[in-house]
Design a protein around this ligand. Structure first.
Ligand code: ZN
Length: 341
């Protein structure tokens, strides 16, 4: 039997190589199958090349639709993309490939590759442990965004409930502005709708387009309107009760005199922090913190773990996995000059 560790690798360009045929989240010239785990930019590397050179490019239909909206230069309709839904296996050569749900952004997936000998190799993709059933496997490649023990959310508060109550309270003063990244903004919309916040949601073009894709794929976002349309302008100009959703990049440009909430995962001390006169940072994250990563690895029962050292610093997490779980773990790709574990 081939050494288990050789069944998975992270290449220098960030391609997560699983089994014999699969490259996830970056292009690899030797692999006939390209998988996109989700539509964030650091997982779409070399997609044009993959479309040209790979036999199949696989992703969920939600990821395909989101990727097209997030990157206007990608034209995925008509490209040889095969959509694969959660739990629907694809046989290729001697292997079986399955995408499994990951709680991160709409369409996000974990990847499992099983060979004829029963060896199971998996890649977590990006995830939040709450809604991600850990995939049982022998060899695991795991994301390491918050892989340092300092990245622990110590606060014992339901951040989602906190966010909803902050918005509700501030709506009495008129329009509330919410800033965040694509994907998370739409999650925030759904949180508010699930809590029966019924005011209009106003947003610029891009956020609106992505929200429309999310609605198509079943997210409950209710009525949404464009900030540039007459209804949206009336609501914002008149400071009427509504929630305005903007990309983080627009923070300096809009809603400067309103209540403002910024959604950021990079906050570990408190669930909510005041950062301006009427501006707050709320620690709503779409990644597991350090404890969540360790718990996930434990539940996969993997005997060999590789931490993604391309999209984040994987060395600290590998060290902690060895120490806390007694499981063999190392970062890949190796940093320049890094020879020891
Ligand atoms: Zn991501």
């Amino acid at each position: 039997m081939q050494d288990m560790a050789e069944r998975a690798q992270v290449a220098k360009n960030g391609a997560v190589l699983l089994g014999d045929s699969v490259a996830c989240d970056a292009f690899d010239g030797d692999r006939p199958l390209r998988i996109v785990t989700h539509a964030h930019a650091d997982h779409l590397g070399g997609l044009r090349k993959s479309i040209k050179c790979c036999e199949k490019v696989l992703m969920t239909s939600a990821t395909r639709d989101l990727a097209e909206k997030l990157d206007y230069t990608l034209h995925l309709r008509g490209a040889p993309i095969e959509t694969l839904e959660y739990g629907e296996p694809l046989a290729y050569g001697n292997e079986k490939i399955t995408l499994l749900k990951a709680d991160h952004i709409l369409g996000a997936a974990q990847v499992l590759v099983e060979d004829a000998g029963g060896i199971r190799v998996a890649y977590s993709g990006d995830f939040r442990i709450d809604g991600t059933p850990p995939v049982q496997c022998d060899v695991l490649v795991v994301e390491a965004t918050y892989g340092s023990p300092s990245c622990r959310r110590k606060f014992n508060v339901d951040v989602r409930e906190l966010f909803v109550s902050m918005v509700e309270r501030r709506l009495r003063g008129g329009a509330v502005y919410v800033f965040g990244y694509h994907g998370k903004l739409q999650e925030a919309m759904q949180l508010l709708r699930d809590a029966d916040v019924a005011v209009p949601f106003v947003m610029p073009d891009r956020v609106h387009e992505i929200a429309a894709v999310c609605k198509t794929h079943g997210m409950r976002l209710g009525e949404i309107c464009l900030s540039t349309g007459s209804e949206g302008r009336e609501l914002l100009d008149g400071n009427l009760p509504c929630v305005a959703f903007y990309h983080m990049n627009a923070r300096g440009a809009v809603g400067l005199r309103n209540s403002r909430i910024c959604l950021s995962g990079w906050e570990f001390q408190s669930a909510c922090k005041q950062i301006g006169e009427r501006e707050y940072l709320v620690a709503l994250s779409d990644h597991s913190d350090f404890d969540g990563l360790i718990e996930y690895v434990k539940r996969t029962k993997a005997k060999q773990v590789i931490t993604d050292n391309y999209r984040s610093q994987g060395a600290a997490l590998a060290k902690e996995i060895r120490k806390r779980l007694g499981v063999s773990a190392y970062p890949m790709p190796r940093a320049a000059g890094q020879t020891t574990l």
